[in-house]
Design a protein around this ligand. Structure first.
Ligand code: ADP
Ligand code: MG
Length: 373
């Protein structure tokens, strides 16, 4: 994977309205007994934007809130507060029934477990036909037939597999069916929650390549949720790092992974096998740090109580070149001395959207980078 050359992304930089944007998204889960008022904060005010034709990876360890974010965006969970905008329209304000049908035709979710998401009593044809019919895209019988064949071909399966049952297919093939079902409604955005984590390593790359192909050929925007940074680097234009329900760092993928600024990102990066890495790597130290992170309600890296995130919320600092759209939120972040005169100040950054409009798109910055190498 490390030898991968990032293809220029087909990101639509002509419009400033993101395909999907969440603003200040908060989700509290009720915990304790029936009469308890206790709650667990799974999302603590998340801001994230995905431009048209862009793939953003949401990374973080188990329990950090990634699935909750996706489920809130897919409207499978009701957020406690915050806004969700699809093409600039606030979806939470709309009439529930109408919004859900319309919403599903614009945004689809692909889940981790392809077997669990396909009812074993039906043939593959059933899942795709149902999806096409529900969204009024089935047409007449001849059109339906050709659409079904087309969907199977698009996801790299043969049309004769339409007659198969889910158990007759491999895990990778089932995930391709789940993707075909999502594609049937011609969505603009796909949320893929760990779509390869239950698959054999050998077939994961095929699913990632399929997702990239869908973005390149159909301009679909994607939120790719994973705990695997190597696959995030392989697939995503940008990476957002989630820690304890908050985004702590975000940036152009290769830049973020080469220059992780938040201690938690560094911890995640240290887990990625990389023969080229220099410097010491102590698995025991990492294991201890990880335990501390998982047991901590907030940042386990911060020894100084005056600087704890729970006392004062850290501002966002820009990291490196503005073109990389790389920022970090951490009290411990100090700009490198050599770059002190650069725009690496402690000023809070403006909202991400503004960054996107003022600066070249990721695609442009990559093209520049490639041109300069
Ligand atoms: P991730 O996908 O990153 O592993 P999740 O979004 O599944 O994390 O979970 C984030 C936090 O929210 C966890 O602490 C989890 O226990 C809690 N959580 C998720 N779903 C529920 C639920 N339905 N009820 C109560 N707590 C939940
Ligand atoms: Mg999850």
């Amino acid at each position: 994977m490390s030898s991968h050359v990032v293809a220029p992304a087909r990101i639509d930089s002509t419009t400033t309205v993101p395909a999907l944007e969440v603003k200040g998204l908060v989700k509290d889960f009720h915990s304790g007994g029936l009469f308890s008022r206790a709650s667990v904060r799974a999302l603590g005010g998340v801001d994230l934007a995905i431009r048209k034709g862009e793939i953003v990876a949401l990374v973080g360890e188990s329990g950090s809130g990634k699935s909750t974010l996706a489920r809130c965006v897919a409207r499978l969970e009701k957020p406690t507060s915050g806004r969700i905008l699809l093409n600039g329209t606030d979806v939470l304000k709309r009439d529930r029934f109408q919004a859900s049908r319309e919403y599903r035709s614009q945004l689809q979710m692909v889940f981790q477990d392809p077997f669990g998401s396909l009812n074993p009593v039906h043939r593959i044809e059933h899942f795709l036909t149902r999806s096409l019919t529900l969204h009024g895209k089935a047409g007449n019988p001849a059109q339906l037939c050709s659409r079904l064949d087309g969907l199977m071909t698009t996801v790299g399966l043969t049309p004769d597999m339409l007659n198969s049952y889910p158990h007759e297919l491999s895990g990778g093939q089932r995930q391709r069916v789940a993707i075909a079902r999502a594609l049937a409604v011609e969505p603009e955005v796909i949320l893929a929650d760990e779509p390869t984590s239950m698959l054999d390593v050998s077939v994961r790359i095929g699913i990632l390549n399929l997702m990239r192909q869908l973005r390149d050929q159909q301009g679909i925007s994607m939120l790719y949720i994973t705990h695997d940074l190597a696959s995030a680097r392989y697939l995503a234009d940008r990476i957002a790092v989630m820690f304890a329900g908050e985004l702590v760092e975000e940036g152009e993928s290769l830049d973020l992974l080469a220059n992780p600024a938040h201690p938690y990102t560094r911890l995640l990066v240290s887990a990625v096998p990389d023969p080229a890495r220099t410097g010491s790597y102590d698995p025991h130290e990492r294991a201890a740090l990880r335990t501390a992170v998982m047991e901590s309600a907030s940042c386990a890296f911060d020894g100084d109580p005056e600087q704890q995130c729970s006392a004062t919320e850290p501002v966002r600092h820009r990291v490196g070149e503005p073109a990389n759209q790389h920022w970090v939120r951490c009290h411990l972040y100090r700009p490198p001395a050599a770059a002190a005169s650069h725009a690496l100040s402690a000023e809070p950054l403006e909202p991400k959207l503004q960054i996107a409009t003022e600066e070249p798109s990721t695609a442009e910055s990559r093209t520049e980078k490639q041109a300069s190498t």
